[in-house]
Write a protein that binds this ligand. Structure first.
Ligand code: ADP
Length: 703
């Protein structure tokens, strides 16, 4: 074929094509090399030169096994295993990834194909540098594993509330994924500037790390001390490929026990390191950037559990505080309840005391125009005849009766307006209209600000007091009159006697009158003194066994010789034994009764004195036929200063003391007095004295 023009054209064309092919092969990224049967390089492209970092010409004819030293995971390839020779002449293909044992080390993917050309066997090797791809793949896998680990930690942190448990689980995850043999946790002390070892621990081989753990337990690491202290200071994860190269506190132990790699990272909560997780390995650990970057995220996940625990604790604290406060408040309430109960009891007692008071107590409100009555005690009910229910809520003016005297009403209103406590005496109608004299004490009740909100009125019944006052006033005028009358006549008759000479009978008459009036005056004064003595309890009795009939005779005789009246002593129905009494006082009693009998029978007539007896008692009665005593006056006759008030008695002088004295003296002897009377017909006054055996029952009383 050579020499022929067609052939020449063909050869040219082929050359052109070949040239183009070579250019194309030089342009591809894959390294291509042809190996002949002897294992020598027969051709290679640019990429192959670049892969080996050599000149192409140097490569040609080089032994492929020497030029391209490869290793698999088990080590450098045997000659017959080298892809340049492996498929030679077999017609087979082989693809595998090998380490290219040239600097810089490369991972290459090799495709070996056995071809036949020009009756010779050759191997074409296609090499691709996959170092970067594999590294990227590995890193991606590595990162994926850590991301998965992070998810696991996060999932656990999501569910777990127990900080210790979550820490233990996190140690576990990180250690297993990062191939750490041992891990533990450091927690800050109360002040937060030192770290102490905590319970959670991970150990794939507990024995190997036991000493490290024991030493760690005894440490208290400040900022910058040891790996945890440095993490506390820096606040970031730290990596030590081989602790034997460092000079930490635990280095000696690490050396002795074959500990090499170490790594630690912090857990930050609100800007403060709350835990440091520390990992150790028995091997030297090349710095793992992926783990270092993931560690921060792991720390953040664990931090959430701390935050939750803090929140829980805060909630529990708040709860405890609340519970404490509730308890304290309950106790306080209990106390105040007890106090309240005690106060209520005191109040009840006071109310009972107020109710028991005989004084009438009312309270009315003045914050309301109606001035409603707010409180009425039992004393008031009794005093005025109103029931509490009738008064409560009614206007206070009701207390003054239906038609109060406008003057006293105005007077009261003026006093109330002044707002000061005051007392007023007045006659107030009861519910039935009957009047009662009261002394009302008005006391204002103030609100804290000072304004008067209510008035407390305490009414004392002064009817009796007023009666006594009235009687006393009357007594004073009576006494002065009674004293003046005899004095007047004594002086008058004495003057008459002195003025000029009188016939002897006249003189006698005047002197007799003067004597009588003198006696009357004397009696009056004596009565007074006696009353005074009895009132002051100073009366004493000179008791002696006395013949009563003889004493009666004697008394009657002392009133004898009157022209107007006859004094008769009735005959004794039966003899009577002597009785113990004070003869002078009983004589006084008799004298009073006899003088009254004479005085109050102005028409004259007989006055009869009789003695009667029944077992244990002797009775002396004085009967007259005088003016008598109206029935309604009889009950009060023996009270002091009492005198029947009618025309007849008014004409007859007296003090109203005589019968009171009689009663007091007889009762002083243990006896009684009594009266039977018919107005216009006469009266019988009697008194009983104890006699005989029965009287002996009270001898001491009279001793
Ligand atoms: P006095 O005789 O000084 O008035 P008494 O105490 O002796 O005081 O008597 C009180 C009143 O009793 C008398 O004022 C009179 O009204 C009435 N009285 C006393 N004795 C009699 C009597 N024998 N008959 C009628 N009235 C009497």
């Amino acid at each position: 074929m050579t020499g022929e023009p067609d052939d020449v054209d063909l050869v040219d064309s082929l050359r052109t094509t070949l040239g183009r092919l070579e250019v194309a092969l030089d342009a591809v990224a894959e390294a291509i090399v042809w190996v002949d049967e002897d294992g020598r390089v027969s051709w290679c492209n640019n990429a192959f030169d670049a892969l080996l970092d050599r000149m192409r010409l140097e490569n040609l004819s080089m032994d492929i096994v020497e030029l391209l030293p490869l290793a698999d995971d088990d080590g450098p390839l045997q000659r017959d295993q080298h892809p340049g020779l492996r498929v030679m002449g077999t017609g087979a293909h082989h693809t595998a990834t090998y380490h290219l044992l040239l600097e810089p080390r490369r991972l290459v993917e090799v495709q070996a194909s056995s071809v036949r050309a020009h009756d010779a066997t050759q191997t074409i090797l296609l090499l691709r540098d996959v170092t970067e791809r594999v590294r990227a793949e590995q890193e991606a896998r590595h990162r994926a594993a850590y991301v998965e680990m992070l998810h696991e930690v996060a999932a656990h942190a999501n569910e777990g509330n127990d900080v210790s448990e979550v820490l233990r689980h996190t140690l576990d995850c990180v250690a297993r994924n990062g191939h750490w043999g041992f891990a533990q946790v450091w927690l800050p002390d109360a002040r937060g500037d030192h770290l102490l070892l905590s319970d959670p621990v991970y150990a794939s081989d507990a024995e190997a790390f036991a000493s490290l753990r024991a030493v760690s337990l005894s440490l208290r690491l400040g900022e910058g001390q040891g790996l945890p202290g440095r993490v506390l200071q820096a606040g970031t994860p730290l990596w030590v490929a081989d602790v034997n190269q460092s000079s930490g506190v635990r280095t000696r132990i690490a050396k002795v026990h074959g500990v090499h790699g170490a790594f630690a990272f912090p857990v930050h909560v609100r800007g403060r390191v709350r835990a440091v997780l520390e990992f150790f390995s028995a091997s030297v650990m090349p710095r793992d950037e992926v783990l270092l970057s993931v560690a921060k995220d792991v720390g953040d996940q664990v931090a959430r559990v701390f935050e939750r625990a803090d929140a829980d604790q805060a909630l529990r604290d708040a709860n405890d505080e609340l519970e404490g406060r509730v308890l304290a408040r309950t106790a306080e309430l209990g106390e105040s309840l007890a106090l309240l109960e005690a106060e209520r009891e005191t109040l009840r007692l006071r109310e009972r005391a107020i109710d028991a008071s005989t004084e009438g107590i009312v309270l009315f409100d003045v914050t309301n125009a109606l001035q409603p009555i707010q409180y009425v005690n039992a004393g008031y009910e009794a005093m005025f005849g109103w029931s509490r229910d009738e008064l409560l809520g009614q206007p206070a003016s009701m207390l003054l009766g239906n038609e109060p005297d406008p003057r006293s009403f105005e007077h009261l209103a003026r006093a109330l307006a002044k707002g000061h406590a005051f007392k007023v005496d007045g006659e107030v109608p009861r519910r039935d209209g009957s009047p009662i004299w009261v002394r009302a004490s008005f006391t204002p009740l103030h609100e804290p600000g000072g304004a008067v909100t209510a008035w407390l009125v305490v009414d004392s019944d002064i009817t009796r007091q007023r009666e006594v006052d009235r009687l006393k006033n009357e007594l004073v005028s009576t006494v002065s009159h009674e004293l003046r009358t005899p004095l007047g006549s004594m002086c008058g008759f004495a003057e008459l006697l002195l003025a000029r000479e009188h016939p002897p009978e006249r003189q006698r008459k005047f002197l007799k009158i003067i004597l009588e009036e003198g006696r009357r005056l004397g009696n009056l004064v004596n009565d007074f003194l006696d009353i005074q003595r009895i009132e002051s309890g100073r009366q004493s009795y000179a008791m002696e066994l006395t013949e009563l009939p003889a004493l009666v005779q004697e008394a009657a005789a002392s009133f004898g010789g009157l022209e107007s009246h006859t004094i008769r002593v009735a005959a004794l129905p039966a003899p009577i034994a002597p009785i113990r009494f004070d003869p002078a006082r009983i004589r006084q009693v008799l004298a009073n009764l006899l003088s009254n009998a004479i005085k109050f029978s102005p028409e004259g007539g007989e006055v009869c004195v009789a003695i009667s007896s029944r077992p244990g008692w002797a009775r002396v009665s004085v009967t007259d036929h005088g003016i008598g005593i109206p029935y309604e006056a009889q009950a009060r006759l023996f009270t002091r200063f009492y005198r029947v008030d009618n025309g007849a008695t008014r004409k007859i002088g007296g003090t109203g003391l005589g019968l009171a004295l009689v009663k007091a003296l007889v009762e002083g002897h243990g006896g009684q007095v009594g009266i039977e009377s018919q107005p216009g017909a006469g009266s019988t006054f009697w008194f009983d004295l104890a006699s005989g055996e029965d009287a002996e029952e009270f001898p001491d009383l009279f001793a």
